[in-house]
Design a protein around this ligand. Structure first.
Ligand SMILES: Cc1cc2nc3c(=O)[nH]c(=O)nc-3n(C[C@H](O)[C@H](O)[C@H](O)COP(=O)(O)OP(=O)(O)OC[C@H]3O[C@@H](n4cnc5c(N)ncnc54)[C@H](O)[C@@H]3O)c2cc1C
Length: 396
């Protein structure tokens, strides 16, 4: 695929490359290369986040009115492609990509003034408190309750699979404020200070040995009513807006293509059967890249194509799992190493042999199983696509 950039776009790409050459240090690249989880961990991403914030590019997909650089879809794609190719750490999305847009779309002026600057500076680290034991795909059945008491809600319940909650100082959570109405109508969206009395975080270790996930227990946690986003009972609509941002749109393909290229280079020469798999994965990722671009351009034009943006996350999950399976097969015994429990950048893991693509292949393979689960499982995505497709099939 030959995408020709305009002169202005080429100049922008050169500006991004020049910035990456100086701001993305070898230590940052190395930390990113040794990350086996979905996101880098704070030790790795903080310096990179600070460099982006100083340049004004941290919130690169926010509109200018909310404090973003005001880039269009193609600029964002160029930026993501260059960052992925350069091996930049993948920043956690819970703050910047998920709660940020909720705040500038639904937050009051006071809430925006309070929370957006701390998000931009990285002072607030966010976790997502949606899922509960028994309420994942069927999220509307959630039971964490928030009972009004004066100017506070008193929140009691349990969240689970809370990514990076061990590092977070804020949690955005769906809570039940009314049990008497239909499930979706009784949910509200609260911002919870993790330092509040009654918040307990317990680790869940993944099969890969990574500590990315947690349980979060909320026992009579007092949350000011002023920390509610939107009206009481409006939480479900806000959650749907947030999940659309989580699943659809942008940024998967550049990372997949860059990771696949690094894998093929590190494992060269691949035997013909594996080389054929690599080529097929590349074709899938390139097709996904075009779909992502079409989607974000259509969103920019105010015409979001629901089934296509749902398909983006589904296909990205399949390609991600295909790449990690290829890595395990390509490196033989070296690809089966699974270091003991460790932080999920394993640079110092004892006895890790070969390049990170080999040494972390098994951990990444196991972690990548989660791609078809988080943010809505692939089965659920397929159902939603099937429901939405008949109305728009002509537009595909
Ligand atoms: C790595 C990882 C990170 C995560 N991070 C977060 C986070 O930060 N915050 C957060 O709130 N949540 C997080 N989650 C939770 C995630 O959103 C849920 O795991 C997911 O929505 C599935 O819910 P469940 O685990 O309860 O599985 P279930 O909903 O119990 O599903 C079990 C199986 O049944 C299938 N199934 C269920 N219902 C249907 C149906 N109607 N039709 C067909 N098949 C169905 C599912 O596809 C799945 O295969 C994370 C999960 C993972 C794995």
């Amino acid at each position: 695929m030959d995408l020709r950039l305009t002169d202005a776009q080429s100049r922008f790409r050169d500006e991004v490359r020049a910035f990456l050459d100086t701001a993305l240090t070898p230590a940052m690249r190395r930390g990113a290369a040794y990350t086996s989880g979905v996101f880098a961990e704070p030790e790795v991403y903080r310096p990179w986040q600070a460099a982006l914030a100083a340049k004004g590019w941290l919130t690169y997909f926010w509109p200018a009115a909310a404090g973003g650089p005001g880039w269009g879809a193609v600029q964002r794609w160029i930026f993501e492609t260059e960052c992925a190719r350069a091996g930049a750490p993948v920043l956690p999305g819970m703050g910047l990509k998920l709660v940020g847009p909720v705040l500038y779309t639904y937050g009051t002026a006071e809430q925006q003034a309070r929370f957006l600057p701390a998000l931009r500076s990285g002072d607030h680290v966010w976790a997502q408190g949606f899922s509960e034991p028994g309420s994942g795909s069927d999220l509307a059945s959630l039971r964490t309750r928030a009972v009004r008491d004066g100017d506070d809600y008193v929140v009691t319940g349990q969240k689970i699979w809370t990514t990076q909650a061990q590092f977070a100082n804020w949690l955005f959570a769906l809570v039940r404020t009314d049990a008497a109405v239909k499930p979706q109508a009784g949910i509200s969206f609260l911002l919870i200070d993790m330092a509040s009395p009654g918040v307990t975080v317990r680790p869940i270790l993944s099969a890969s040995g990574d500590h990315e996930l947690n349980e979060v227990f909320l026992d009579d946690v007092r949350v000011p009513v002023g920390n509610r986003i939107g009206a009481e009972g409006e939480g479900w609509a806000i959650a749907k807006f947030l999940l659309e941002n989580e699943r659809g749109g942008t940024g998967y393909a550049p990372q997949l293509l860059a990771d696949l290229d690094r894998l093929v280079e590190a494992a060269a020469p691949l035997d013909p059967v594996l080389a054929d798999r690599a080529v097929r994965l590349r074709l899938e990722a390139e097709a996904l890249e075009m779909t992502e671009l079409r989607t974000v351009i259509e969103i920019e034009q105010g015409n979001p194509p629901a089934p296509r943006s749902l398909a983006v996350k589904l296909i990205a999950s399949e390609v991600r799992q295909g790449i990690e399976a290829l890595a395990v097969d390509a490196f033989g015994l070296a690809g089966l190493q699974l270091p003991e429990h460790r932080p999920f950048h394993a640079e110092d893991a004892p006895g890790l042999v070969g390049p990170p693509e080999a040494g972390l292949a098994a951990a990444r393979y196991l972690n990548a199983r989660a791609w078809s689960i988080f943010g809505g499982t692939s089965e659920i995505q397929l159902t939603l696509i099937a429901r939405a497709a008949p109305a728009t099939i002509a537009g595909w």
